[in-house]
Design a protein around this ligand. Structure first.
Ligand code: SF4
Length: 189
């Protein structure tokens, strides 16, 4: 919904003000970004390594992200959320389906967000994007998903099984690339 509303606003279809549904979505998006930042801090704190072209930027973003103790959101937070989301390059989006964190920077986004969009088009995430960050947890989840696909492939008819097997290989290669290129946070700062 964040992406759809950004597109409608930037194309002149909707209001350019950030009241109403935009304000609510800004708050929800900022809260989700804060959660993603907190998870990244936790993983780094637990010794996980980071890979991806945006790893260094994501670390900075994780430190700068707003924190919410007990999920209490102050009354004036909508404005702050809007200002935070406008800081291109430091808002972290958890892209669960692509097994990565997106440190969204508009000009380098391969998913081609609308002009002025504040969020990536995560459903169209493209390999090789400069906004990508992965942790050791992502690599583990990629391998777990690859194992699931192999199990499905074993019981699937020929072409479907081959496609599942190829997808499993692609996920393992992504995990291997993480292992081969990842660094501890200290080496990135
Ligand atoms: S292509 Fe993926 S990583 Fe790149 S900006 Fe879009 S969602 Fe983020």
């Amino acid at each position: 919904m964040r992406t759809v509303l950004d597109a409608r606003t930037s194309s002149g279809y909707g209001s350019r003000s950030r009241g109403g549904i935009h304000a609510i979505l800004d708050v929800e998006t900022a809260l989700a970004a804060a959660d993603t930042a907190a998870r990244l801090r936790d993983r780094v704190g637990a010794g996980e390594k980071l890979s991806g072209p945006a790893a260094r930027r994501a670390l900075t973003a994780a430190v700068q992200a707003p924190r919410f103790e007990g999920r209490i959101v102050p009354r004036n937070f909508a404005k702050k959320a809007s200002a935070f989301l406008a800081r291109d390059g430091i808002v972290l989006y958890d892209n669960h389906d692509a097994y990565l964190i997106c440190a969204f920077k508009h000009d380098t986004a391969l998913c081609k967000p609308e002009e002025g969009a504040r969020a990536p088009r995560q459903y169209d995430c493209r390999p090789g994007c400069g906004n990508t960050v992965r942790t050791d947890t992502h690599a583990r989840l990629l391998r777990e998903r690859a194992d699931e696909l192999e199990q499905l492939a074993a019981h699937a008819p020929g072409p479907v099984g081959k496609r599942l097997h190829a997808n499993a290989n692609r996920l393992r290669e992504t995990a291997d690339t993480h292992d081969a290129t990842a660094h501890q946070a200290e080496a990135l700062t």
